[in-house]
Design a protein around this ligand. Structure first.
Ligand code: SAH
Length: 427
């Protein structure tokens, strides 16, 4: 039978009686699929596998524990036979045919009146693939299409309003530090479904170019000290757009809940009866140091870290070189922050790394010490967005000057005495 001889269609079996003949795993899988579609399933088989008896015990289907009889097909809208016995399957198929009932015959693909495609469901889309009578090929194709839909590589976005189009929603999506590859699969998929994207200055801006032309992008980007749209205005945009029935993605840099005011946005949405989903992201606090080869913890160097903003009270964080301090939005206050940390007891030689525009083409790394970094940053006109890392972990960076690497820290015991630093190490 040639593939052009089939007529793809979708059966709506809700509440309709269907018959499954056979008690093995294939019959069980088909029975499950039919139940998922809401059909009223009767299984005829002398013996049934645990999957089927389970469904029967739970009252989801009726199992007749006996041999097949010709009258079993009476009244069925659809028949699946998978007895493992070609002669019985052929008999079931012939009985169905005589009554003009569509029947899938599992033991004779060629003769079968209907075929079961390989199926996947992504969101409210169902993919069904028939591939020239080769089920494995059909499954491989189905998986490829499903994966592309899951990841947002294929356009899953609705083009036609659904009947319940009033039900808009908001997703707060953490976009990661800026590279398009560092968003989560879930975030990418929601972006692919969005009607409206509310975007920040930071985050994977490149992905905005891939949106369909009719997706509206609302720019609400903030820079420190300059907020073109105040937070209350952003909150209102999210709710207003969702209440119009749109799927709104609030695409944020890094993680929505790390110094990103995602909590306020989620709360505001909920207060206004708008469905909100929060998709975590790769925070710049941890990833941007990594872009400069700096692990925020490292055996023998640092067991923990604190993430604060430069404007924050720094006297609270542990002032030890083995506790990494990470400053976000910290460039403007760097001199002040370095002085606070020195006052809290951190030695002036404590290494400091600044990573501007992490993961972006204009990434730049500046490395110095607590005593030198403010002058260095000023001289180099270091600017936000930048992550500032303070602590011994900075020594691990390939950008660190060689005299920073005074020991093989990967094997240093945390309790061993510290390798003394060369005094005066301004690079
Ligand atoms: N929610 C975000 C942080 C928002 S605060 C997150 O989890 O990453 C904004 C600050 O994040 C910037 O001032 C800067 O300190 C930092 N930042 C974000 N992206 C950055 C990048 N690509 N390079 C350097 N710093 C970045």
């Amino acid at each position: 039978m040639a593939i052009q001889d089939i007529y793809p269609t979708a059966l709506r079996l809700l509440g309709r009686p269907v018959l499954v003949v056979g008690g093995g795993p294939v019959a069980a899988r088909r029975a499950k699929g039919l139940l998922d579609a809401g059909a009223s399933v009767t299984v005829v088989a002398p013996l049934a596998c645990p999957a089927l008896t389970g469904l029967s015990d739970a009252g989801h289907l009726a199992w007749e524990p006996r041999q097949y009889r010709g009258s079993d097909v009476d009244g069925a809208w659809f028949v699946q036979t998978a007895t493992g016995d070609a002669a019985v399957d052929a008999q079931v198929a012939a009985d169905a045919e005589a009554q003009r009932i569509w029947c899938v015959n599992a033991s004779d693909h060629e003769a079968s009146a209907a075929w079961t495609p390989a199926v996947a469901v992504v969101d409210d889309v169902r993919i069904a693939v028939n591939a020239g009578g080769d089920p494995r090929r059909a499954m491989a194709l189905r998986d490829a299409v499903a994966t592309a839909l899951e990841t947002g590589d294929l356009p899953l976005r609705r083009r036609r309003a659904r009947p319940d189009a009033t039900a808009g929603s908001v997703a707060l999506v953490g976009g990661g530090p800026g590279d398009a590859g560092l968003i989560t699969v879930r975030g990418r998929r929601l972006l692919g479904q969005a009607d409206v994207v509310v975007a920040d200055r930071l985050g994977p801006r490149e992905l905005l170019n891939e949106l369909a032309p009719d997706v509206r992008v609302i720019e609400v980007g903030k820079t420190p000290g300059h907020h073109p749209i105040p937070q209350s205005g952003i909150n209102r945009i999210l709710v207003d757009e969702a209440l119009l029935g749109h799927r709104v993605v609030r695409l944020k840099g890094g993680d929505p809940y790390v110094l990103g005011r995602g909590g306020e946005e989620a709360e505001y949405c909920r207060q206004h009866g708008v469905d909100v989903e929060v998709v975590p992201g790769v925070t710049s606090a941890i990833s941007v140091p990594a872009a400069a080869g700096i692990p925020v913890t490292h055996r023998g160097l640092a067991k923990g870290f604190s993430v604060v903003t430069g404007h924050e009270e720094l006297s609270e964080v542990p002032a030890r070189a083995d506790h990494t301090v990470i400053l976000l939005m910290g460039v403007g206050q760097l001199r002040h922050s370095a002085a606070s940390l020195a006052l809290a007891g951190l030695p002036a030689e404590t290494p400091v790394g600044i990573v501007e525009n992490g993961y972006l083409p204009n990434q730049r790394v500046t490395i110095g010490t607590l005593g030198t970094i403010a002058d260095q940053a000023e001289a180099a006109s270091v600017a936000n967005p930048a992550v500032i890392v303070i602590g011994d972990v900075v020594r691990v960076s390939p950008f660190a000057p060689s005299h920073f690497k005074t020991a093989d820290y990967s094997t240093t015991s945390p309790n061993a005495p510290r390798t003394p630093l060369t005094p005066s190490i301004a690079p």
